[in-house]
Design a protein around this ligand. Sequence first.
Ligand code: SF4
Length: 473
Amino acid sequence: MLGRKERGQLGLFITGSLRQLIPDEHVLARVDRVLDLSWLPGEVGDAYCADNGRPGIDPEVAARLMLAGFLLGIVHDRRLMREAQVNLAIRWFAGYGLHEALPDHSSLTRIRQRWGAERFRRIFERTVMACVDAGIAKGEVVHVDASLIRADVSWESLAVRHVEAVEAESGDAGPEAQAQHRNGRQTGKYKKVCTTDPDASMATNGRNWRLEPSYKQHGVVDELCGVVLDVEVTAGETNEGQELLARLDAAARIAGSAIKVATADAGYAYAKVFAGLEAREIAAIIPTKAEPIRSKVPLRRFRYDARHDHVTCPRGKILRPNKARISHGRFFASKARDCKGCDLAAICLSPSRVTKALVIVHDYPALLRARRRRERWGEEENRLYQRHRWRSEGFHGEAKTWHGLARAVRRGLGNMKIQAYLTAAVINLKRLAAALLATIHAIGRALIAGRRQSAAHHGRRAGGFDLRSAAAA
Ligand code: SF4
């Protein structure tokens, strides 16, 4: 029979909480069971005047509104507050009744400015501690990776900053630079900058992709259940290798345990990184980069002797350090009389040079040890590196696909950090809620199994007791 539904009911009357209208499996209902923000007023109290002005929005309410937005992927304040007008789950999660007026969206902006990024970082860190306390994160085996986030700027806002061009205009540059500028030729000194968000910088994910105005998120993810132990944001052009050690130190501090194994991709395979990991006694699962082939006599054929601080060339001649200094290493050079008449001179020496000079980067012995370890990787190391892709890229993908981190919502590094901290916090809260649900199910299964056992035992004693009806009960 054709069904009919009367529309246009006059009103909704409920007694009790809005909670009874929200399904138990709704993400806000699940997260609410594990969310504790009772510490927040104490944390943000010093950002408010104690005895003057109109009382502001309850800090817990403001944080809950923001977290609800990130959990549901509604990252823009205006859209979030419009949704909260009609969304019972958001109203209940933030503590508002059905007919209560919600704050204006601009209040959330002012709260973000008042609290600053560091207080939002505390919210994130508390979620990590809750995960460690619940036993779903240990901080012993971690995966590190970085991902670009498109800055909230248009292509029209990009401008070219070029020192030579300015000099050429003012007539300070040499004739060559002036000619280049007149011809419109670009050199490596040209650089695009974002005029509307100067904290972002041009970066790319791969060689075949164009440069985009970006920020870079650096994340440390725990192996056990994928809890995010640390997250930080820098300008897009920042090299991930520069950040790794600081991020691992932060993760160990928050989790309160020493990291034993860290995995990362080849983008982190620098001598300085390996040396830092060795100093911290952290086993590195990082594939070393293949040595760039710039010469027919590659660098690996020159043996560095750390004890005597010299390099031995393929023909057994000694190259010693000279006084020329560069930021990432030292020059080692041979003697002209050693290379004179050498059978490899034609392919070993640069044209117009009579000596061999090469750069040994700082901490080079650590890089050599890492290369040797890489050759000995066994099943466990390969398994962990496979897990790295799953855990790290899974975190970045989840943050971008479900929680709006594919693009910056606001401009400025501080706002970008807040977005990253809240995104990581909601991911951790989801992990915590899932763990709680799994525990409840496990207890339920244990109770059913206990009942079955008890019924079987009773059935054996009483004889002829129906086991199936006992389990159903
Ligand atoms: S050219 Fe000089 S540095 Fe190169 S292999 Fe010969 S002796 Fe050694």
